[in-house]
Design a protein around this ligand. Structure first.
Ligand SMILES: NC(=O)c1ccc[n+]([C@@H]2O[C@H](COP(=O)([O-])OP(=O)(O)OC[C@H]3O[C@@H](n4cnc5c(N)ncnc54)[C@H](OP(=O)(O)O)[C@@H]3O)[C@@H](O)[C@H]2O)c1
Length: 356
């Protein structure tokens, strides 16, 4: 086979591995979603694998475990195979055992316990290892950020009226159904969600993902509620115990509410709970992507400390009168000169999405 054709196949299998990794991108817990394509040495695909839901077994294991060790193989993986003993043995072991002779990977795992060690281990086992650059440069952006910072990657979503108000006549929703679906998609794409006290009290939000078939991927819920203001309606609203960050010294409230919620007490400094402590705790709960759904005051706390990685603003075509909560200043302070530059092509009918 000509070198040109061989290279074409390699690029094709590598891109196919990314298509596979996309399938589980938001469901592999703290582990990155990896795709793996296994071929023989004459370019026939003989197996594929993806990182399992919740992160284990890994893609290489899923792809190779069903194969015999009789024939020589190549694998194409989106990220270098792991090299360490965690809850499962390193993937380099099954790669060697199943007679894989060549490994093609696209990303180095930035997790310090791997970070090139997977590649070195394979080379030590006399396996040919080669990198294939991916056309998707941002595939592991959120993973890389959380591995390095030990914070979850933070996305915010805020709905606005035409005149930048985040509320409209006390209505819980003022964007259309299509926008609501997008909001639920974001809940699926993030493993944690956070709101402030006023949103918690006024909206009594369920904060789960209600897209058919994706309900089980609803995010873990966190609320900032300094004085533990809670309504009886909240007691049994949530399927799993939600976590409330507070700063209250009221022992009777703490005693009562700890039956319903995980309570985490944090100190206030200049009347605010330090949001970096909140992010660290959310990370230690195993969460790697946090969605902040508001309200505006809570969003501002995170924005002021520069902890928001991605903003989504959904504009409805309605106008609010006497808006107290205007996000205009927040958006201008983000140094976004012309918001129109960030308009997304996603179809939200008469609503508009701006993301950056
Ligand atoms: N348009 C949208 O997308 C959207 C989204 C969510 C909510 N909403 C609407 O917005 C309204 C609520 O928004 P909001 O801005 O008034 O309130 P909010 O952000 O929901 O809650 C703010 C309150 O949470 C507490 N809090 C937040 N961060 C804190 C921190 N770092 N440290 C200490 N306390 C912190 C404070 O409580 P204390 O006052 O006790 O200090 C603060 O006043 C509701 O009407 C809701 O329906 C709209």
């Amino acid at each position: 086979m000509s070198q040109k054709l061989n290279n074409f196949y390699k690029k094709y299998f590598s891109e196919l591995a990314f298509s596979l990794a996309k399938l589980n991108k938001f469901t592999t817990g703290a582990n990155p979603s990896v795709g793996c394509v296994v071929t023989n040495l004459t370019n026939d695909i003989i197996s594929v694998g993806i990182t399992s839901i919740n992160g284990r077994p890994h893609a290489e294991h899923n792809a190779l475990s069903r194969l015999t060790s009789n024939t020589k193989k190549r694998i194409f993986v989106t990220m270098e195979p792991c090299s360490h003993f965690g809850k499962t043995p390193p993937c380099s072991r099954i790669i060697k055992k199943k007679k894989v002779k060549e490994v093609y990977y696209s990303y180095i795992d930035t997790n310090p316990i791997v970070n090139g060690n997977g590649i070195n281990q394979l080379k030590e086992k006399k396996i040919l290892v080669s990198r294939i650059n991916s056309s998707d440069k941002n595939f592991y952006k959120e993973y890389d950020y959380s591995v390095k910072s030990k914070f979850p990657y933070v996305t915010s979503k805020l709905a606005l009226t035409k005149n930048f108000s985040t509320i409209l006549n006390g209505k819980k929703y003022f964007t259309n159904n299509q926008s609501l679906k997008f909001a639920h998609l974001l809940r699926y794409m993030n493993d944690s969600i956070l709101v402030g006290k006023n949103t918690f009290l006024k909206d009594i939000p369920k904060l789960d993902c209600r897209l058919s078939g994706l309900e089980k991927f609803s995010p873990n819920i966190f609320v900032i509620n300094p004085d533990l203001s809670i309504r009886a309606k909240h007691y049994n609203l949530y399927k799993k115990k939600i976590t409330i960050f507070h700063a209250s010294n009221d022992l009777s409230k703490i005693k009562k509410y700890k039956n319903y919620f995980n309570l985490i007490k944090l100190k206030k400094l200049e009347n605010l709970i330090d949001v970096s402590s909140i992010l660290k705790i959310i990370y230690t709960h195993g969460c790697r992507r946090l969605l902040i759904e508001g309200g505006l005051k809570t969003l501002e706390c995170f924005k002021n400390k520069k902890y928001i990685n991605k903003y989504h603003f959904i504009f409805s075509n309605l106008t609010s009168i006497n808006s107290k909560l205007s996000a205009k200043q927040l958006i201008s302070s983000l140094a976004v000169n012309r918001l129109s530059r960030y308009k997304q092509s996603i179809n939200l009918l008469n609503d508009k999405l701006f993301s950056f």
